[in-house]
Design a protein around this ligand. Structure first.
Ligand SMILES: [Mg+2]
Length: 398
């Protein structure tokens, strides 16, 4: 079998959503500058008073047998890397030899060890695994030795939700009502916002704990935007509300800062990160520096299914837990059902993000009663829903 074509296609459709979609944004490292701090949530174009226009780009890898593997949504930058430098390396090659495909892409793209090029390699690897599963007519977790269990608890990530205390109470209670036993929120304040910001962050976590009671895990994501003293002081203020973890307290390259936080933080709080780190080599730096208790590589960024398996093996030897960043639930669910239970205790589910991200999927993976069950579709289950597609446009090399 040979790869016959690699195509990137942008699909458009309409999401019915009367209310404002993005109510709030996360804190960013650049927010220490006033000109960025005042920016609001991302803009999503409206297609009508009660609806939004959704645009998603997918990569399709087709074999000469007619089997197609799909991955996405991806960005235009990823698509350009795929179309200009990567597609020529894939055409005519064996799509089932995923190790060889990955190694050749990695050796060829010598500047692509991290960032957008590695994200493009990751998407191609996911498309190839989707193709492989379809070829053998089984879900990818079966090819990887799963399922290791009947269900995985999902945690709800509240990215994009308003942080107004009344709205937080309403949403947190709603998530508990839906069966979630863990939820992650995104405090909006950091070192540039002084003690007033710290009080606001504390108010968020206090509100959550008062709402969900003692038995639901609460996590906070600082999205790389705090620093060592801020994180340690914030942890002191939060510890009585029993946060399960503090995520990405500092920028990814500040590994010593991570390690300092992890060594000094109250032992009732875990430090997590690795969402913006790439490949086994990048992740290994975090692990051997004892920088975190739990790593969150993104399957679609850190190297794909092929590379996440290697990162998972590394993590298990360091006794670091691994929960893939919640970018693509179908890929993460397939991977997580093939990883040891103690290594991967939960699955991340970004509630708002997935309404957009899985919009075009015919068989989206959503938690029911707070848990996800083993995927049953062949491959990664990436069939698109023709009824949702209003327009399509194929991209070509720039
Ligand atoms: Mg995160």
């Amino acid at each position: 079998m040979k790869i016959a074509s690699v195509r990137c296609v942008e699909y458009t459709g309409t999401l019915d959503h009367p209310e404002e979609f993005w109510e709030e944004r996360l804190i960013r490292p650049v927010d220490i500058y006033p000109r960025f701090r005042s920016e609001g949530p991302p803009h999503l174009p409206r297609s009508g008073e009660r609806s939004y226009r959704v645009e998603s780009l997918f990569v399709h890898v087709e074999a000469d047998s007619g089997v197609v593997g799909t991955a996405g949504p991806i960005t235009r930058e990823q698509a350009q890397h795929i179309l200009t430098s990567m597609a020529p390396l894939l055409l005519g090659q064996d799509p089932l030899a995923t190790e060889q495909r990955w190694d050749q892409l990695h050796r060829y793209c010598v500047h692509g060890r991290k960032g957008t090029e590695m994200m493009a390699i990751s998407a191609l690897d996911c498309a190839l695994w989707d193709l492989k599963g379809r070829h053998f007519d089984v879900p990818v977790h079966v090819l990887l030795g799963g399922p290791v269990r009947d269900e995985i608890p999902a945690y709800a990530s509240a990215l994009g939700y308003s942080l107004d205390p009344d709205r937080v109470r309403e949403r947190a209670a709603q998530l508990v009502g839906e069966g979630y036993t863990a939820m992650k929120w995104f405090p909006r304040h950091g070192p540039a916002d002084g003690r007033g910001g710290m009080a606001k962050n504390e108010e968020l976590v206090r509100t959550l704990r008062e709402t969900v009671g003692p038995d639901v895990d609460i996590m906070v994501d600082a999205w790389m935007s705090w620093d060592v003293p801020y994180t340690l002081r914030m942890a002191q203020r939060l510890v009585d509300y029993a946060p399960h973890w503090i995520e990405e307290p500092v920028q990814p390259d500040r590994i010593d800062s991570y390690a300092q936080i992890t060594a000094q933080i109250d032992n009732r709080i875990m430090i997590t990160g690795g969402e913006h780190e790439y490949t086994r080599w990048g992740q290994h730096q975090l692990m051997r520096s004892r920088a975190l208790h739990l790593t969150q590589p993104d399957t679609y960024w850190a190297g794909g299914i092929s590379e996440l398996l290697k990162i998972a093996a590394l993590a298990s030897t360091y006794d670091v837990k691994l929960i893939p960043h919640g970018h693509s639930v179908p890929a993460n669910a397939n991977l997580s059902f093939a990883l040891p239970v103690a290594l991967t205790p939960m699955l991340e589910y970004l509630v708002k993000w997935n309404a957009l991200h899985q919009f075009f999927l015919a068989h989206p993976v959503h938690p029911v009663g707070g848990v996800v069950t083993p995927p049953t579709r062949p491959g990664l289950g990436m069939d698109l829903d023709e009824d949702k597609i209003e327009g399509r446009r194929e991209l070509h090399p720039a």
